[in-house]
Design a protein around this ligand. Sequence first.
Ligand SMILES: [Zn+2]
Length: 122
Amino acid sequence: MNKLEQIAADFCTELMNDTSAKEYLFRMFNADCRCPQCGKTAPDRFETLNAGKKISCASCGKWYSWNSGTPLAGSKLPPSSQLLLLALLGAGTTDESTAMLTGVSEETVRIWRYKMEMEDDA
Ligand SMILES: [Zn+2]
């Protein structure tokens, strides 16, 4: 099962708020708090990152946040919308329907699909 299929399987209404959706996505994409620069993990910093703060890598010094280096980095969508979009992709919903249900353009849906394909190849 790839990440999109897992997200579709896990999706439930309890996750449809930004706090829960963000923590779910954080655990799914970067549970070990990996530095996007050097790859060093910092699982003991989960709570700090989950609180929305940045941390400095103990190995290379780079500052990063919970989604740095993940397909979610830089998204302007709120976490609940990100989660819904990913769940719809994982459920095999068409780009047109996914765009309609999440309020983004079909181009945005295609970009997310592409980013997730890159993620699964990594
Ligand atoms: Zn680092």
